[in-house]
Design a binder for this molecule. Sequence first.
Ligand code: ATP
Length: 284
Amino acid sequence: MIVRAHGKLNLSLDVLGKSPDGYHDLRMVMQSVEFGDDLDVELREDGQFSIDPGRWYLPSDGRNLALRAAVLFLEGTGLGASIRVNKRTPVCAGMGGGSSDAAAVLRALNQLTGAHKSAQELRDMGLKLGSDVPFCVTGGTALAEGRGQLLTPAAPLPDCAIVICKPAFAISTPELFGRVDARRSRLRPDTPGILEALERGDVPGVARRMYNVFEDVLGRRRGEITAIKSQLTALGALGAVMTGSGSSVFGIFTDEDAAQAAQAALSRHYQDCFLTRPSRALEV
Ligand code: ATP
């Protein structure tokens, strides 16, 4: 069975604080996109597990989230799985590549085994693998709170063009969290404003409110992230923001031609540059 692992973007990302268990208390508006990996998932009667991760530098053992998802789902059934990933999503990009692969495996195995687990059961299982996995189970547009697992569906982002651009460097997520913790006062995303704009179907209203608190603590990486955002807006994006802990940046366009031109222009400097659209929440 072939399943799409949709990329995830943060329309906003806020860090509200740190809870005593060490997890950060987050508030994010998440959006899945059409762009993503394709996974070929097959059941194995012999109980063995294998994965072709699609990139030489990705793990093909128990460190691979997609493989771990299969082991978790099939625990106690005696069945195994073989997975082949057609990897498109850049790694360490803030696009939830591993989380989305894991969620896609849970969806695929739910169908292949006829287990008929509910979306919430798959999300609960997914949370054992990572905080972004529950959102990736059905994707769409959602408010994610807590570690990212407390999900409230939001009005879907209306169809628009999205240009994603990942600079060649990766950003360390723990380092960014550490710097955010150390900050006293900071600008906050207008999360209610984004949710209201989504309710109105107001794409420009969403785009101009997009904000990610990690952008304030990027240090020496800030220049390049800001430069990509400026290029996107100069080329017609209604707003541009970094997703997750970076390093990908995306811009939202209502003008398809402008989005195509922006992708072409940025592709001259950046290898990982994609044109995509929002995707709607999936049925499980
Ligand atoms: P997030 O947005 O959830 O913070 P990310 O997009 O920044 O995630 P990923 O690309 O999901 O980061 O993966 C980062 C790490 O996860 C890498 O170190 C990689 O080795 C590991 N990993 C495990 N399984 C996978 C997978 N199936 N695809 C990609 N990375 C994986």
